[in-house]
Design a protein around this ligand. Structure first.
Ligand SMILES: Nc1ncnc2c1ncn2[C@@H]1O[C@H](COP(=O)(O)OP(=O)(O)OP(=O)(O)O)[C@@H](O)[C@H]1O
Length: 648
């Protein structure tokens, strides 16, 4: 029986998803971006050839020149042999030898220039491809990016891009060079002695048949290999990112098993590609050895009968010997090119996803938020939000409460356009938010969660990255003050210019969250959706940050998704959610008076708080003063206090 990753138990390693099938443009497979098809690759190659025509022409001309010069060598040696046989002077031999050295030198210089051009070409294409990839990913709908595994995205942007670079830098010029060498060498043999060209024909079936057998099998294996390598990256990345959880829950052995399973798949595919090569490479050797043997045989007989001269025979044998290397190069680098092709299909695959179309700024009137008949489901089947009708006035503070799984966070994502409703509409200022350009939407409403990323850069960069123009330092210090980060920032060695983030000065989760709030203050949206935004701060800091925020965003709308009821009383209205619906809406007092779902949540909350306080007072030696951290402990998430989580 196959298990999906979500079904996998602790001892059953979750099998990685299989390779992405070719498919029409559309949604990403779970955890996997689609692959581009051959037509997409053709279009890309066409654009590449047009865009780089001049540099390509220069590169190939240099390679061809290097080649022609290189081919003069054997001809010269043949001439030397004929001259010595006919009886020549040492002066003439010296001259021929010197010419030979000069030709070698010219060949080396031309080959070097050609390779430099090829490298420049590869780097330019790589840079452009990477930029386009990042731009395309950033242009995708957020929900689409979320549904794709980071491993797949990372491997496409890194290892696949490197492979494409390698193909362009190495494989394309090598193949071109090898093909030109082959054509010129065969032409040189034909010119030298058409009779001796016959031996070459015997090599053709070995090269053609073996390649015809090998190519499609290798293509499939390479595509599978790249997808499996992305799985390895995904598991490694997931383990590193969730290291704390892995350690806390003792998931180490499980992750090691999962890693082992994906690595095993890579090993098996590598074994397959190696096995294919063990058949193909010997056939290629035969494709060069058989012509050589036949040329010597035919050449020997022809020489005996006086049909060819010794010089001709020497030159042709040298030419045939010289054919081996380009033929091998041509075929083995075509193999390398296939890996580049598989990588390119993965990189371009991101184009097959629907893009966030560039939308025109929409006219809005005011900043009122209105949800009408909203329903939402994450996939086919169960709706997690149903029949939501809600009007939120500008400047209102609305708290959304409910048991775990009631749909609070999903509502927050719909309000901020992360997901769009599957039924009904969400409007801001009268405009449906799915029609608003992202920058206009973000000036209207922003979602703040507890997952806040600190970008590598200075404190100043981290504060101002959402702004085109950096505000003056006084303003930066002002917002730091508001989120209680002044002391932290002053203690940094270079103040606002201190490098922070991964690899630089570490930032605690709470400081990261406070920085995010400061960033938010600077970006100045009309409405905020706070989903556990202050969950990582201790209770005192959380209250202080929330009240400074509230003071500063006076006149703006704040929708707080509340998992702990201690700050809920400050809200103008409270929306109580139950199984995806808003079941009550009103102020704290109104809802208590109604004695419904909210009143019962509030009572169990209060009871839990008091019992925690009593227990703590008892264990801390009977003092009446409750310790500070109890506020946080007594405010466990609602699901832990008799309100069962509402999983579907
Ligand atoms: N990305 C997702 N894919 C599929 N189902 C999801 C996804 N996110 C949430 N759900 C489901 O949607 C329902 C509502 O989840 P949501 O996170 O909105 O609830 P919540 O009230 O915020 O819960 P909590 O307080 O635990 O955060 C739950 O049944 C949850 O399992």
């Amino acid at each position: 029986m196959t298990t999906t990753p979500t079904q996998a138990s602790a001892d059953t390693p979750a099998p990685p998803p299989g390779p992405a099938p070719d498919g029409p443009p559309g949604r990403a497979e779970a955890g996997r971006l689609p692959l581009a098809d051959r037509a997409d690759v053709g279009i890309w190659i066409g654009a590449f050839l047009r865009g780089e025509a001049a540099r390509l022409l220069l590169t190939f001309t240099l390679f061809a020149a290097a080649l022609v010069v290189g081919l003069i060598g054997p001809r010269l040696l043949g001439h030397l042999v004929e001259s010595v046989k006919a009886g020549t002077t040492t002066g003439r031999v010296d001259l021929l030898a010197l010419t030979f050295v000069a030709i070698l030198l010219a060949h080396a210089l031309l080959a070097r220039a050609a390779r430099t051009q090829a490298t420049l070409l590869g780097e330019r294409v790589l840079a452009r491809t990477r930029e386009n990839f990042v731009r395309r990913v950033l242009g995708l709908p957020l929900a689409e990016v979320e549904s794709v595994g980071t491993g797949d995205l990372l491997s496409r942007a890194t290892t696949d891009a490197d492979r494409l670079n390698e193909s362009i830098r190495q494989a394309v010029p090598r193949i071109a060079l090898a093909a030109i060498t082959l054509v010129f060498t065969v032409a040189a043999i034909l010119l030298t002695s058409p009779l001796l060209t016959l031996g070459l024909v015997a090599g053709v079936p070995f090269a053609v048949l073996s390649t015809w057998w090998y190519r499609p099998r290798a293509t499939r294996a390479y595509e599978r290999l790249l997808a499996q390598e992305a799985d390895v990256l995904a598991v490694t990345h997931e383990t590193a990112r969730g290291a704390a959880t892995v350690e806390a829950l003792g998931l180490g052995p499980r992750q090691v098993k999962r890693h082992g399973a994906v690595v095993d798949q890579v090993v098996r595919t590598r074994q397959r590609t190696t096995w294919l090569q063990t058949i193909w490479f010997p056939s290629l050797d035969l494709a060069t050895m058989v012509p050589m043997a036949l040329t010597l045989l035919i050449g020997g007989l022809a020489y005996q009968r006086g049909a060819v001269g010794l010089g001709e025979l020497t030159a042709v044998v040298l030419y045939v010997q010289a054919l081996g290397e380009p033929l091998n190069d041509l075929l083995t680098w075509t193999d390398e090119l296939q890996i580049g092709n598989a990588a390119l299909r993965r990189i371009l695959g991101v184009d097959r996803l629907p893009r966030d179309d560039p939308r025109q700024p929409a006219a809005t009137e005011g900043h009122a938020i209105r949800l009408e008949g909203v329903g939402f489901s994450y996939g086919p089947g169960r709706e997690v939000l149903s029949d939501i009708d809600l009007d939120i006035c500008p400047g209102e503070r609305l708290a959304v409460v409910g048991a775990s799984g009631a749909g609070k966070s999903t509502l927050g994502k719909l309000l901020t356009g992360v997901h769009h409703p599957t039924r009904g509409t969400v409007r801001i200022g009268g405009a449906e938010i799915s029609t608003l350009p992202v920058d206009q939407l973000r000036r209207e409403i922003v979602l703040v969660t507890q997952e806040q990323h600190v970008f590598t850069g200075t404190v100043r960069d981290n504060l101002t990255l959402a702004r085109e123009e950096a505000p003056p330092d006084e303003r930066l210090w002002e917002v730091l003050e508001t989120v209680l980060l002044t002391d932290w920032a002053r203690a940094l060695p270079d103040g606002l210019d201190t490098e922070i983030g991964p690899g630089a000065a570490p930032v605690s989760p709470s400081a990261a969250q406070q920085l995010a709030l400061a960033r938010l203050l600077l970006s100045d949206p009309h409405a905020l959706v706070l989903d556990e935004a202050t969950a990582l701060l201790d209770s005192t800091a959380s209250r202080r940050v929330e009240s400074s925020l509230a003071a500063l965003i006076e006149g703006r709308t704040v929708i707080s998704i509340v998992h702990r009821l201690d700050s809920v009383r400050d809200a103008d209205r409270i929306a109580v959610m139950d199984r995806g619906r808003i079941v009550e809406l009103g102020s704290h007092e109104e809802l208590l008076a109604a004695d419904g779902a909210y009143a019962s949540l509030w009572r169990s909350w209060q009871a839990a708080r008091h019992s925690d306080l009593r227990r703590e007072a008892h264990t801390s030696g009977g003092t009446d003063r409750p310790p500070q951290h109890l506020a946080a402990r007594g405010t466990d998430r609602l699901s832990a206090r008799g309100v069962p989580p509402q999983e579907g």
